[in-house]
Design a protein around this ligand. Structure first.
Ligand code: G6Q
Length: 550
């Protein structure tokens, strides 16, 4: 089936890693820690805003040197510069990739097709500032003169996950009287559940869609528009609907005045767009000063990524470790566990960022790749997930490297909650690394007064293999600046992986086929029309569902 293969895995640096891996793979982190008391200090990057401890990885200096050689062989520094300077690195769509321009706080010119993009970015940011302030201050009010206090974002994918994750992460910064809601799914329940909670007179709908052609968003927007018009009349639309899009024509066609449209551009990918006007709900909720702090945090990480040598560069190290596990150890999953309830949607957000960016099988040479690309990313907030999937992380047959995201201070320091939370975060990393040998398990059982038979029977069940890798990102407290730093770390880590795998992290052709087929099945569900020929399973499912819906 597959033609010519892209063979990043046949290059010199890759081969070196491969042969060293064979010698090194059985190395126990326990021993590495025992032999080197300085290990934690050496495998650590400490910035003002965040500290990365990557010492609990199955690495030594040699592994790192080989990984860094691979990065150089793949021309990572040149590719970082290409992205920052507006080159069209999204080759399948012939687009520049400039989410970094959205938070370019130095305002240095960045050119696309000979045009500096910064003036238009600044214009839209100024528009976001004015509008968000007007809504917050009650200067831009609803049709009946009431303050708009319910902000409903209608959008999906990249036009939803970032704003939802960030508004939740920064909930403590919301204006007291403002509430944010999100409608993404085409499932009517998503719409109804939100509309049941809000009052038309005080609700602002933000229809966020880069293309303004996405069926879920347009269907939800139409339903919400009808709901509003039924309650307040057609004239109310201008005061209750705004759009964020690149497509003014479709926005106008939908019936939103382009005056009420916030523009963004094709050089911003959906999943990288929360820094643009797509962040409007964030700006309204937390205020423009805080939104700008988030941009500043991301900008500081951009500068770190662009200007720091590879070996001391947080996104580079994280990206290299990911390739090390995914392609050499064959660990094809990755878990992200934030120990902060406000960060509960970060794993969901990262799922899209990572898997939509790097779940690819065609290389930039237009050939099939011969190695694993994106790992499966999943996660959830600690300690909740310790009581669900952590069983597998500790004792499963697949090894799943973890990232622990740990704020030293909580926004809700009540009693000793946060200390218990922190103790758990640190304990997981230590337990995963050290494990518990059968001998240790047996000794523990003996001490607990178990009989010889019980000890023998239980000792294996109670043992832990250990040597399971994790990174820990520690910072003071989740605030707008730190959130910007954190998200930019993962954006750039994803970029590093894409460069190493020689894939385009910035298209998403893989979501198209299902969409196309849904369009052909829809008329068959709605009436007795028959579309394309289906397989017998799909045909039967259509029949059964139609019968149930009668
Ligand atoms: C993200 C993807 C995708 C996109 C949605 C919504 O990078 O492109 O998730 O954001 O399909 O698209 P629209 O914003 O065009 O409605």
């Amino acid at each position: 089936m597959f033609g010519k293969k892209t063979e990043v895995n046949k290059t010199r640096a890759w081969k070196k890693l491969e042969s060293y891996y064979k010698k090194f793979r059985k190395t126990e982190m326990r021993d590495l820690f025992y032999k080197d008391p300085q290990r934690a200090e050496r495998y650590n990057i400490n910035l003002e805003s965040v500290m990365l401890d990557y010492s609990k990885n199955i690495i030594n200096d040699r592994v790192l040197a080989y990984l860094l050689a691979l990065a150089k062989e793949r021309k990572l520094p040149e590719k970082i510069n290409a992205m920052f300077s507006g080159e069209k690195i999204n080759i399948s769509e012939d687009r520049a990739v400039l989410h970094v321009a959205l938070r370019n706080r130095a305002n240095t010119p960045i050119y696309v097709d000979g045009k500096n993009v910064m003036p238009e970015i600044n214009t839209v940011l100024a528009k976001v500032k004015k509008f968000s302030e007007d809504v917050r201050l009650g200067k831009f009010v609803g049709h009946t003169g009431k303050k708009l206090t319910n902000i409903v974002n209608i959008g999906i994918g990249g036009s939803y996950l970032g704003p939802k994750m960030a508004t939740e992460a920064l909930k403590r910064y919301w204006a007291k009287d403002i509430k944010c809601y999100f409608i993404s799914n085409i499932d009517g329940t998503a719409c109804c559940e939100v509309l049941n909670k809000v009052d038309p007179e005080t609700t602002l709908f933000i229809v966020s869609s880069k293309t303004f052609t996405t069926i879920e968003t347009l269907t939800n927007a139409k339903t919400c528009r009808k709901w509003l018009v039924d309650a307040l009349g057609e004239h109310a639309v201008a005061k209750h609907f705004v759009a964020v899009s690149t497509n003014a024509k479709e926005v106008a066609k939908f019936g939103i005045d382009v005056e009420n449209m916030f523009e963004f551009w094709n050089f911003v990918g959906g999943r990288y767009s929360m820094w643009s006007a797509i962040g409007l709900p964030i700006a309204i909720a937390i205020g423009m000063d805080n939104f700008e702090k988030m941009l500043e945090g991301a900008y500081s990480m951009d500068m770190h990524f662009k200007e720091t040598e590879l070996g001391k560069n947080i996104p580079v190290i994280l990206g290299l470790l990911s390739v090390w596990y995914n392609d050499f150890f064959n660990y094809h999953s990755h878990a992200v566990i934030p120990y902060d309830q406000y960060l509960q949607y970060v794993p969901e957000y990262l799922q899209q960022l990572v898997m939509e960016s790097n779940g690819k099988f065609v290389s930039n040479n237009n050939e099939y790749v011969r190695y694993a690309t994106s790992p499966v990313l999943f996660g959830g907030p600690g300690t909740d997930v310790q009581h669900s999937f952590f069983q597998m992380i500790h004792q499963g047959t697949s090894v799943i490297p973890c990232d622990f995201i740990v704020p030293a201070i909580s926004h809700n320091e009540i009693g000793d909650h946060h200390e218990i939370l922190l103790a758990n975060a640190l304990a997981q990393g230590e337990a995963l690394m050290k494990g518990k040998t059968i001998k240790e398990a047996a000794e523990e059982l003996k001490k607990a007064g178990k009989s010889k038979e019980e000890v023998n029977f239980l000792k294996k069940f109670k043992s832990f293999p250990g040597n399971r890798p994790s990174n820990t990102l520690v910072f003071k407290k989740i605030d707008p600046y730190t959130l910007g730093v954190l998200i930019a770390i993962y954006e750039h880590k994803t970029f590093v992986e894409g460069v190493l795998w020689n894939i385009n992290s910035f298209d998403q052709m893989g979501v198209e086929l299902g969409k196309q087929m849904a369009l052909s099945i829809l008329p068959e569900l709605q009436n007795n029309a028959f579309g394309i020929e289906h397989d017998s399973s799909t045909k039967n499912l259509i029949k059964v569902i139609k019968k149930l819906r009668k």
